[in-house]
Unconditional design. Sequence first.
Length: 312
Amino acid sequence: MFNLSIFNCLFVLIFVISSKCFASILDFDYSFIKDIKNPTYRELKLLQRKLRSINRRIGLKPFLKEYTDNCCNINFIDAKGKRSIKHERFCINTDENDLDRAIITFASFNKNYPRGLERLNNLIKNSSYKGHLISRLGGWPNINSGELKYAHIPYSFKVCFFNEVANIGYKKILWIDASVVPIVNLNSVFDQIEHDGYIVLDNWHNIGPYDNELSLNEYEISMDDAMSIRSCEVSVVGFDLSSKLGTLLFEDWYSYMKKPYGYFSSRPEQNALSIIFYKNNISNFIPLSKIATSLEQVNQHTSFVVDRSYVH
Protein backbone atom coordinates (compact mmCIF):
# COMPACT_ATOMS: atom_id res chain seq x y z
CA MET A 1 0.00 0.00 0.00
CA PHE A 2 2.84 2.35 0.91
CA ASN A 3 4.70 1.68 -2.36
CA LEU A 4 1.53 2.17 -4.38
CA SER A 5 0.92 5.49 -2.63
CA ILE A 6 4.43 6.67 -3.46
CA PHE A 7 3.95 5.61 -7.07
CA ASN A 8 0.68 7.54 -7.33
CA CYS A 9 2.26 10.64 -5.79
CA LEU A 10 5.17 10.48 -8.23
CA PHE A 11 2.79 10.11 -11.18
CA VAL A 12 0.74 13.11 -10.05
CA LEU A 13 3.91 15.14 -9.50
CA ILE A 14 5.19 14.34 -13.01
CA PHE A 15 1.77 15.17 -14.47
CA VAL A 16 1.62 18.54 -12.65
CA ILE A 17 5.17 19.49 -13.65
CA SER A 18 4.49 18.55 -17.28
CA SER A 19 1.25 20.55 -17.20
CA LYS A 20 3.07 23.66 -16.02
CA CYS A 21 5.77 23.17 -18.63
CA PHE A 22 3.04 23.23 -21.28
CA ALA A 23 3.16 27.02 -21.12
CA SER A 24 6.39 27.00 -23.10
CA ILE A 25 4.76 25.15 -26.01
CA LEU A 26 1.35 26.84 -25.83
CA ASP A 27 3.01 30.26 -25.90
CA PHE A 28 5.54 29.26 -28.53
CA ASP A 29 7.40 32.31 -29.81
CA TYR A 30 7.34 32.68 -33.60
CA SER A 31 8.90 36.16 -33.54
CA PHE A 32 12.12 34.87 -35.15
CA ILE A 33 10.09 34.54 -38.38
CA LYS A 34 10.06 37.99 -39.94
CA ASP A 35 6.87 37.41 -41.95
CA ILE A 36 4.77 34.51 -40.63
CA LYS A 37 2.83 34.50 -43.92
CA ASN A 38 5.99 34.26 -46.03
CA PRO A 39 8.71 32.40 -44.12
CA THR A 40 12.08 31.77 -45.70
CA TYR A 41 13.55 28.31 -46.06
CA ARG A 42 16.06 29.15 -43.34
CA GLU A 43 13.27 30.25 -40.98
CA LEU A 44 11.34 27.01 -41.60
CA LYS A 45 14.48 25.03 -40.87
CA LEU A 46 14.98 26.94 -37.62
CA LEU A 47 11.31 26.44 -36.68
CA GLN A 48 11.62 22.71 -37.22
CA ARG A 49 14.70 22.61 -35.00
CA LYS A 50 13.13 24.77 -32.26
CA LEU A 51 9.97 22.66 -32.12
CA ARG A 52 11.99 19.46 -31.78
CA SER A 53 14.09 21.02 -29.05
CA ILE A 54 11.20 22.36 -26.98
CA ASN A 55 9.21 19.16 -27.30
CA ARG A 56 12.19 17.20 -25.95
CA ARG A 57 12.64 19.60 -23.03
CA ILE A 58 9.11 19.86 -21.70
CA GLY A 59 8.34 16.14 -21.76
CA LEU A 60 5.09 15.58 -23.67
CA LYS A 61 5.26 11.80 -23.42
CA PRO A 62 2.67 11.54 -20.58
CA PHE A 63 0.16 13.14 -22.95
CA LEU A 64 1.20 12.05 -26.45
CA LYS A 65 2.37 8.60 -25.32
CA GLU A 66 3.53 6.36 -28.18
CA TYR A 67 2.67 9.12 -30.67
CA THR A 68 5.25 11.52 -29.21
CA ASP A 69 7.77 11.05 -32.03
CA ASN A 70 5.08 11.29 -34.71
CA CYS A 71 3.68 14.49 -33.20
CA CYS A 72 6.90 16.25 -32.26
CA ASN A 73 9.27 15.44 -35.08
CA ILE A 74 7.41 16.35 -38.26
CA ASN A 75 9.79 17.45 -41.01
CA PHE A 76 8.21 20.20 -43.09
CA ILE A 77 11.52 20.58 -44.90
CA ASP A 78 14.03 17.98 -46.00
CA ALA A 79 16.83 18.38 -43.47
CA LYS A 80 19.32 16.97 -46.00
CA GLY A 81 18.23 19.50 -48.60
CA LYS A 82 17.79 16.90 -51.32
CA ARG A 83 14.06 17.41 -51.89
CA SER A 84 12.09 20.62 -52.25
CA ILE A 85 8.73 21.65 -50.83
CA LYS A 86 6.07 21.02 -53.47
CA HIS A 87 2.50 22.32 -53.77
CA GLU A 88 0.51 21.08 -56.76
CA ARG A 89 -3.04 21.16 -58.07
CA PHE A 90 -4.36 18.73 -60.67
CA CYS A 91 -7.66 19.05 -62.52
CA ILE A 92 -8.80 15.49 -63.17
CA ASN A 93 -11.56 14.82 -65.73
CA THR A 94 -12.81 18.39 -65.22
CA ASP A 95 -11.70 22.01 -65.70
CA GLU A 96 -9.91 24.43 -63.36
CA ASN A 97 -13.10 26.36 -62.54
CA ASP A 98 -14.88 23.34 -61.05
CA LEU A 99 -14.80 23.87 -57.27
CA ASP A 100 -17.31 21.17 -56.38
CA ARG A 101 -14.82 18.52 -55.23
CA ALA A 102 -11.27 18.50 -53.92
CA ILE A 103 -9.10 15.68 -52.61
CA ILE A 104 -6.28 16.93 -50.42
CA THR A 105 -3.11 14.92 -49.85
CA PHE A 106 -0.08 15.77 -47.72
CA ALA A 107 3.23 14.23 -46.77
CA SER A 108 6.00 15.43 -44.53
CA PHE A 109 9.61 14.49 -45.29
CA ASN A 110 9.54 11.86 -42.54
CA LYS A 111 10.23 8.20 -43.29
CA ASN A 112 8.70 7.05 -46.61
CA TYR A 113 5.70 9.40 -46.61
CA PRO A 114 6.88 11.14 -49.84
CA ARG A 115 6.83 7.74 -51.54
CA GLY A 116 3.31 7.13 -50.25
CA LEU A 117 2.19 10.54 -51.50
CA GLU A 118 3.54 9.83 -54.97
CA ARG A 119 1.75 6.47 -55.11
CA LEU A 120 -1.53 7.97 -53.91
CA ASN A 121 -1.42 10.92 -56.29
CA ASN A 122 -0.71 8.65 -59.25
CA LEU A 123 -3.63 6.39 -58.34
CA ILE A 124 -5.99 9.35 -58.12
CA LYS A 125 -4.76 10.98 -61.33
CA ASN A 126 -5.23 7.72 -63.24
CA SER A 127 -8.70 7.00 -61.87
CA SER A 128 -12.18 7.98 -63.02
CA TYR A 129 -12.38 10.59 -60.26
CA LYS A 130 -13.86 13.89 -61.41
CA GLY A 131 -12.57 16.85 -59.45
CA HIS A 132 -9.41 18.54 -58.24
CA LEU A 133 -6.46 17.04 -56.42
CA ILE A 134 -4.45 19.41 -54.23
CA SER A 135 -1.21 17.95 -52.98
CA ARG A 136 1.48 19.16 -50.59
CA LEU A 137 4.90 17.67 -50.02
CA GLY A 138 6.42 19.35 -46.98
CA GLY A 139 5.86 22.95 -46.05
CA TRP A 140 2.76 23.99 -44.13
CA PRO A 141 -0.83 24.47 -45.35
CA ASN A 142 -2.46 27.89 -45.45
CA ILE A 143 0.78 29.76 -44.76
CA ASN A 144 -0.51 32.80 -46.67
CA SER A 145 -3.24 33.16 -44.02
CA GLY A 146 -0.73 32.96 -41.19
CA GLU A 147 -1.60 29.44 -40.03
CA LEU A 148 2.04 28.51 -39.61
CA LYS A 149 1.44 29.88 -36.09
CA TYR A 150 -0.28 26.56 -35.30
CA ALA A 151 2.76 24.43 -36.17
CA HIS A 152 3.42 23.71 -32.49
CA ILE A 153 0.04 21.96 -32.16
CA PRO A 154 0.25 18.22 -32.91
CA TYR A 155 -1.27 17.24 -36.26
CA SER A 156 -2.80 20.67 -36.81
CA PHE A 157 -1.62 20.59 -40.43
CA LYS A 158 -4.67 18.50 -41.34
CA VAL A 159 -7.34 21.02 -40.31
CA CYS A 160 -5.17 23.87 -41.62
CA PHE A 161 -5.14 22.19 -45.04
CA PHE A 162 -8.92 21.76 -44.92
CA ASN A 163 -9.27 25.43 -44.00
CA GLU A 164 -7.00 26.53 -46.83
CA VAL A 165 -9.01 24.65 -49.44
CA ALA A 166 -12.33 25.71 -47.90
CA ASN A 167 -11.28 29.34 -48.19
CA ILE A 168 -10.65 28.85 -51.92
CA GLY A 169 -14.33 27.94 -52.23
CA TYR A 170 -14.40 24.16 -52.62
CA LYS A 171 -17.72 22.63 -51.54
CA LYS A 172 -16.77 19.02 -50.78
CA ILE A 173 -13.31 18.24 -49.44
CA LEU A 174 -11.82 14.80 -48.85
CA TRP A 175 -8.55 14.17 -47.00
CA ILE A 176 -6.71 10.93 -47.83
CA ASP A 177 -3.55 10.02 -45.90
CA ALA A 178 -0.37 9.32 -47.84
CA SER A 179 -0.47 5.74 -46.56
CA VAL A 180 -3.87 5.01 -48.06
CA VAL A 181 -4.72 3.13 -51.25
CA PRO A 182 -8.29 3.87 -52.36
CA ILE A 183 -10.01 0.82 -53.84
CA VAL A 184 -13.50 2.25 -54.06
CA ASN A 185 -14.62 4.56 -56.88
CA LEU A 186 -13.79 8.01 -55.50
CA ASN A 187 -16.81 9.60 -57.17
CA SER A 188 -19.03 7.37 -55.04
CA VAL A 189 -17.18 8.61 -51.94
CA PHE A 190 -18.14 12.16 -52.82
CA ASP A 191 -21.71 11.02 -53.44
CA GLN A 192 -21.73 9.73 -49.87
CA ILE A 193 -20.25 12.99 -48.58
CA GLU A 194 -23.03 14.87 -50.35
CA HIS A 195 -25.67 12.52 -48.94
CA ASP A 196 -24.46 12.44 -45.32
CA GLY A 197 -22.56 15.72 -45.04
CA TYR A 198 -19.36 13.90 -44.07
CA ILE A 199 -17.39 10.67 -44.38
CA VAL A 200 -14.96 9.02 -41.95
CA LEU A 201 -13.61 5.57 -41.19
CA ASP A 202 -14.58 3.48 -38.19
CA ASN A 203 -11.95 2.37 -35.69
CA TRP A 204 -11.44 -0.66 -33.47
CA HIS A 205 -11.14 1.17 -30.13
CA ASN A 206 -12.63 3.92 -27.95
CA ILE A 207 -10.78 7.16 -27.26
CA GLY A 208 -10.18 6.74 -23.51
CA PRO A 209 -6.88 4.81 -23.61
CA TYR A 210 -5.49 7.34 -26.09
CA ASP A 211 -6.50 10.54 -24.30
CA ASN A 212 -5.79 12.28 -20.99
CA GLU A 213 -7.70 14.40 -18.51
CA LEU A 214 -5.95 17.64 -19.48
CA SER A 215 -7.14 17.28 -23.08
CA LEU A 216 -10.57 15.90 -22.19
CA ASN A 217 -11.26 18.82 -19.85
CA GLU A 218 -11.20 21.10 -22.89
CA TYR A 219 -14.24 19.24 -24.20
CA GLU A 220 -15.94 18.83 -20.81
CA ILE A 221 -15.62 15.06 -21.16
CA SER A 222 -14.71 12.83 -18.21
CA MET A 223 -12.26 9.97 -18.53
CA ASP A 224 -15.06 7.57 -17.62
CA ASP A 225 -17.11 8.87 -20.56
CA ALA A 226 -14.08 8.75 -22.86
CA MET A 227 -13.73 5.04 -22.19
CA SER A 228 -17.05 4.48 -23.96
CA ILE A 229 -16.71 7.03 -26.80
CA ARG A 230 -16.09 5.31 -30.11
CA SER A 231 -13.04 6.52 -32.01
CA CYS A 232 -13.19 7.30 -35.69
CA GLU A 233 -10.16 6.86 -37.98
CA VAL A 234 -9.12 10.00 -39.85
CA SER A 235 -6.89 8.47 -42.50
CA VAL A 236 -9.86 9.21 -44.73
CA VAL A 237 -12.18 12.05 -43.73
CA GLY A 238 -14.31 14.49 -45.69
CA PHE A 239 -16.98 17.16 -45.32
CA ASP A 240 -19.63 18.75 -47.48
CA LEU A 241 -19.17 22.43 -46.68
CA SER A 242 -22.30 23.31 -48.65
CA SER A 243 -24.34 21.40 -46.06
CA LYS A 244 -25.25 22.54 -42.55
CA LEU A 245 -23.98 19.36 -40.88
CA GLY A 246 -20.71 19.20 -42.81
CA THR A 247 -19.98 22.84 -42.02
CA LEU A 248 -20.80 22.33 -38.34
CA LEU A 249 -18.54 19.29 -38.03
CA PHE A 250 -15.60 20.95 -39.74
CA GLU A 251 -15.91 24.29 -37.94
CA ASP A 252 -16.05 22.52 -34.57
CA TRP A 253 -13.01 20.41 -35.52
CA TYR A 254 -11.11 23.53 -36.52
CA SER A 255 -12.09 25.41 -33.35
CA TYR A 256 -11.11 22.42 -31.18
CA MET A 257 -7.61 22.66 -32.63
CA LYS A 258 -7.31 26.14 -31.10
CA LYS A 259 -8.20 24.98 -27.58
CA PRO A 260 -5.02 25.14 -25.47
CA TYR A 261 -4.79 21.41 -24.71
CA GLY A 262 -7.36 20.08 -27.17
CA TYR A 263 -4.91 18.35 -29.53
CA PHE A 264 -2.41 17.23 -26.89
CA SER A 265 -3.30 13.55 -26.78
CA SER A 266 -1.87 10.46 -28.42
CA ARG A 267 -4.47 10.70 -31.21
CA PRO A 268 -4.71 14.51 -31.50
CA GLU A 269 -7.08 15.41 -34.33
CA GLN A 270 -8.70 11.97 -34.28
CA ASN A 271 -9.84 12.17 -30.65
CA ALA A 272 -11.13 15.71 -31.19
CA LEU A 273 -13.27 14.69 -34.17
CA SER A 274 -14.48 11.56 -32.36
CA ILE A 275 -15.76 13.75 -29.53
CA ILE A 276 -17.52 16.03 -32.01
CA PHE A 277 -19.29 13.04 -33.58
CA TYR A 278 -20.19 11.80 -30.09
CA LYS A 279 -21.66 15.16 -29.08
CA ASN A 280 -23.74 15.19 -32.28
CA ASN A 281 -24.92 11.59 -31.79
CA ILE A 282 -23.22 10.45 -35.01
CA SER A 283 -21.88 6.92 -35.29
CA ASN A 284 -22.34 6.15 -38.98
CA PHE A 285 -18.74 5.48 -40.02
CA ILE A 286 -17.33 3.39 -42.88
CA PRO A 287 -17.24 -0.05 -41.21
CA LEU A 288 -14.05 -1.94 -40.42
CA SER A 289 -15.13 -4.66 -42.84
CA LYS A 290 -14.41 -2.21 -45.68
CA ILE A 291 -10.96 -1.23 -44.40
CA ALA A 292 -7.84 -3.32 -45.00
CA THR A 293 -4.40 -2.78 -43.49
CA SER A 294 -2.44 -4.32 -46.36
CA LEU A 295 -2.93 -4.94 -50.07
CA GLU A 296 -2.97 -8.68 -49.37
CA GLN A 297 -6.19 -8.26 -47.36
CA VAL A 298 -8.15 -6.63 -50.19
CA ASN A 299 -11.40 -8.38 -51.04
CA GLN A 300 -14.67 -7.55 -52.82
CA HIS A 301 -15.85 -5.47 -49.84
CA THR A 302 -12.72 -3.33 -49.41
CA SER A 303 -13.05 0.42 -49.90
CA PHE A 304 -9.69 1.62 -48.55
CA VAL A 305 -6.35 0.11 -47.63
CA VAL A 306 -4.57 1.93 -44.79
CA ASP A 307 -1.13 0.66 -45.78
CA ARG A 308 1.09 2.16 -43.06
CA SER A 309 3.91 -0.34 -43.66
CA TYR A 310 4.50 1.32 -47.05
CA VAL A 311 5.31 4.71 -45.51
CA HIS A 312 7.01 3.66 -42.27
